[in-house]
Design a protein around this ligand. Structure first.
Ligand code: ATP
Length: 328
């Protein structure tokens, strides 16, 4: 592969926002300055690329953003970028600024866009895994996942206080439409009675049985963690089904929702985002195109985007085993 001369790099955040995106942007821009590059911010993801919402970034633009949740470049979903015409507009805008390469921070959809863009127009791109879902291969953790788990655990701790005071059974829904990573982490970390994730279907009868056993054992409180939209349904649906079998229980449902996306990034997410931001720039300078930078066993690893987005990252069976032992 031909090594391109890279002098100007564009950075964008796309798809659902995640805590640590700002830290990743800041690290990429700082690294770019370190290597004497010009750095450009593309606002509102691919939509901003198509609308030419692109500005040269200066040191002041990235001051005090590392510690803030969200993304100061804003994020968006762009239907137009999914079309060849949309991507051509994006390419023309990029070239009008003389931008040679892109750093795309987002989930699997955003990285798919970067891969297509590279294939069609030869724009070198490095993707960074920016999603709370942790559903990308090629990295132990995605940027924002750790913070989202911490936020969920903090909220569940508070729910436990009220659950214990009133002997209530709570169903708490966490994010993760297709992946149960937040659910399993937050569930183990908050001593959940049961954890329901999209990857596994659990019969309501089994769940009811488990709750009955726990009730007999006089457990002080019962909290069931449900990943949104799993095969068994969301928290409200499951609670409804369980209520029919346990009519004596005061059952409550809490949906944590978007609060899991917000907040200051955790120490781990700051470190991860900072290392990967630098890795993105260094990867581009070393001719690593069409890859996602991730961290595996604390080391930076570049994985072809096509491989990183394959939906084969699974919740560790051992986590289930541990969760089961601890909830019996
Ligand atoms: P999250 O994990 O938070 O949902 P994501 O990056 O997977 O983040 P998507 O909505 O799937 O979020 O994708 C973000 C954007 O990436 C889309 O709005 C679209 O502009 C672009 N994109 C996604 N898939 C494609 C594709 N197949 N071709 C071109 N562009 C795509």
């Amino acid at each position: 592969m031909e090594l391109k001369t890279i002098k100007k790099i564009g950075v964008l955040t796309s798809g659902g926002d995640s805590p640590g995106m700002n830290a990743a942007i800041r690290a990429a821009v700082r690294a770019g300055f370190y290597y004497n590059l010009e750095m450009y911010g593309v606002y509102r993801g691919y939509e901003g690329l198509i609308q030419n919402d692109i500005k040269k970034l200066h040191s002041g633009d990235i001051a005090h953003v590392l510690e803030r949740g969200g993304t100061f470049l804003k994020s968006a979903r762009s239907a137009e970028f999914r079309t060849p015409e949309g991507r051509k507009k994006a390419y023309d805008n990029l070239r009008s600024h003389g931008i040679d390469a892109l750093i795309v921070i987002g989930g699997d959809g955003s990285l798919t866009g970067a891969h297509l863009f590279y294939k069609e127009f030869g724009i070198p791109a490095v993707g960074l895994p920016g999603t709370i879902d942790n559903d990308l291969s090629g990295t132990d953790s995605t940027i924002g996942f750790d913070t989202a788990c911490n936020t969920a655990i903090e909220a569940i701790d508070k729910i436990r206080d009220t659950a214990t005071s009133h002997d209530r059974l709570f169903f708490v829904e966490v994010m993760g439409r297709d992946a149960g990573f937040i659910a399993i982490n937050a569930g183990i970390g908050s001593a959940a009675a049961a954890i329901l994730i999209p990857e596994k279907k659990i019969a309501v009868e089994n769940l009811v049985e488990k709750l009955k056993v726990r009730t007999k054992a006089k457990k002080a409180s019962n909290i069931v963690i449900v990943a949104e939209g799993g095969k068994s349904g969301g928290a409200a649906e499951i609670a409804e089904k369980v209520k029919k079998h346990l009519p004596y229980y005061d059952i409550k449902v809490t949906i944590l929702g978007h609060l899991q996306r917000g907040g200051a990034p955790s120490s781990y997410d700051r470190l991860l985002a900072s290392k990967l931001g630098v890795a993105a720039v260094e990867g581009l300078l070393q001719g690593k195109y069409d890859v996602m930078a991730g961290l595996i066993n604390h080391k930076v690893v570049y994985t072809p985007i096509k491989r990183a987005i394959v939906d084969d990252k699974e919740v560790d069976e051992d986590d289930f085993r541990v969760a089961k032992i601890l909830s019996t």
